[in-house]
Ligand binder design. Structure first.
Ligand code: AMP
Length: 285
């Protein structure tokens, strides 16, 4: 696997691969890799494509009281995993390489960035869209892969690419879970064993809500009430949000008729976890 921290080296490498007629596939990450990331990598390994993975913990997307300094990192372990997975190149820039001087230019995807995670984490998605845009400009990939674990992020990136006519195909990848249902996340390492146990309630409450919809419940407020009740009763997790939204644009829903996103953000101690499920209504119920 090739490896560089420098933009100019990466650009040179990519130019050579393009010259050979290869497509460029790209998986941006913040590292501390797990099976969720590896699933994106597996999807991105396509014939004739040169696969680049980036690892960069982007300060711009962390709020002042968030976990930037304690975000887990282990570059050497990540390198081993990427080599085993057969990735062609790793780009792991420093903060100085990506932000050599204070930024005054930002990319913002309006509306979508203000709700759900954006409401609790002001500026978060502006940080995400700005770094993803910078990475897209550096890598100029044909395809980029994003996990549905961060469903709102995926929709925002897809919208950004559409609105700005970026010639990049955004490929969504399904959520990868632990055996007990917990969505894989680099932040799961912060959970105590008791919190880890309680955190199962996220996927369990989503499954119960899905069943409730599939057996006829059509009221979005009632589904939200059920989600909240279950999470509060069974885990004492502090709910940031538990919402039913339109799966295509995250708009508010009253009656469930079209595919909906059941979206959760819940705090266990100092660790905030997110999870979601897209539910398509079976028409004959
Ligand atoms: P991160 O390193 O957490 O910024 O994630 C990098 C990419 O991996 C993002 O597109 C995430 O949505 C995706 N990802 C993270 N966890 C999972 C998971 N459990 N299943 C699928 N994709 C994931």
């Amino acid at each position: 696997m090739k490896r560089t921290s420098h933009i100019h080296e990466l650009r040179k490498m990519i130019a050579e691969e393009k010259e050979r007629g290869r497509k460029i596939n790209f998986v941006p990450t913040m590292g501390f890799l797990h099976r969720g990331h590896l699933s994106l990598i597996a999807q991105a390994q396509q014939k004739d494509a040169f696969l680049i993975v980036s690892i960069f913990v982007n300060p711009l997307q962390f709020g002042p009281n968030e976990d930037l300094s304690r975000y887990p990192r282990d570059l050497e372990r990540d390198v081993r995993l990427l080599e085993e997975a057969g990735v062609d190149a790793l780009f792991h820039p420093t903060v100085e390489e990506m932000y050599p001087h204070p930024m005054v230019t930002f990319v913002e995807v309006g509306q979508l960035d203000a709700m759900l995670c954006g409401a609790t984490r002001p500026g978060h998605f502006r940080g995400v869209t700005t770094i993803v845009n910078k990475l897209f400009n550096i890598v100029q990939p044909d395809k980029a892969f994003f996990g549905q674990k961060d469903y709102q992020q995926y929709l925002i990136i897809e919208r950004m690419v559409r609105d700005l006519n970026l010639p990049i195909q955004i490929c969504p990848v399904s959520i990868v879970r632990e055996e007990d249902g917990l969505a894989m996340s680099s932040r799961n390492i912060f959970l105590t064993s008791e919190q880890r146990q309680k955190a199962q309630i996220l996927s369990k409450s989503l499954a119960a809500a899905e069943l409730s919809i599939q057996t006829g419940q059509r009221s979005a407020r009632e589904i939200e009430r059920q989600l909240r009740e279950r999470i509060t009763f069974e885990s004492q997790g502090i709910i940031d949000y538990a919402e039913v939204r339109d799966a295509s644009d995250l708009s508010e829903v009253t009656e469930i008729k079209r595919p909906v996103l059941l979206a959760l953000a819940v705090k266990f101690g100092t660790t905030r976890l997110i999870d979601n499920k897209v539910v398509e209504v079976k028409q004959n119920v």
